[in-house]
Design a protein around this ligand. Sequence first.
Ligand code: AP5
Ligand code: MG
Ligand code: ZN
Length: 215
Amino acid sequence: MRLIMLGPPGAGKGTQAKIITERYGIPQISTGDILRQAIKDKTPLGEKAKRYMDAGDLVPDDVVIGIINERISQPDCAGGFILDGFPRTVAQAEALCESLGLMDAQIDFVVDLNVDAKFLLARLTGRRVCRNCGQMYHVEMNPPRSSGVCDKCGGELYQRDDDREETILRRFDVYSQQAQALKTFYEASGRYKVFDGAAPIAEVSVQILSALEGR
Ligand code: AP5
Ligand code: MG
Ligand code: ZN
């Protein structure tokens, strides 16, 4: 199964993608995670991406399209994958469509998580992420059993550099500029569905998994 997760910053794309990954055994591909790893490793890709990410702006289309084309051609993607945070522009969506066409494949489902903006800022300022396995937590809404420590792997939790209020506000702006066009692009496919991402995490998962199963 090939899936796309859409939604604003903090909507729960990564949280839900991890749950779907466990259920279906297909990899989660997060362009944000790949770019953050490249920054951490100080690779040429990381050096290129850093200033855009620090500002809350989109990394240029050609860069992220290159990342995705490379990633989806890996053997572990043969049985499907979940794209988390890609595509973000119509140009990216068109490029994906073209690459999948060359592989004789297509997107099976597009999950759009809808969450009112008033919830998102608090979700993002309170988010903590495991340095080791990438699991997301929230200091109040989804806290780890032991403060600062990942429940799953014991790794250290940290706060993302772009989870500062001014950068978050810029990320919301950037999202709103692209969201409608992307929605229109996928709506026509008949494989697009909006979910209430403001519900509790487990409830959102139930909704998504039952939609995938009833497909
Ligand atoms: P990216 O890493 O993709 O960030 P984002 O889109 O801003 O989304 P987030 O990861 O912040 O939110 P999420 O929806 O995954 O929410 P999460 O599950 O963590 O991208 C970062 C940057 O990389 C971009 O700004 C850009 O510069 C660059 N980039 C990436 N992809 C790109 C692309 N394709 N093109 C160009 N540039 C690109 O949840 C958030 C918090 O809420 C957590 O604390 C979680 O515990 C909590 N939570 C989740 N669900 C719920 C719920 N239902 N109820 C209560 N709390 C919840
Ligand atoms: Mg994410
Ligand atoms: Zn962990």
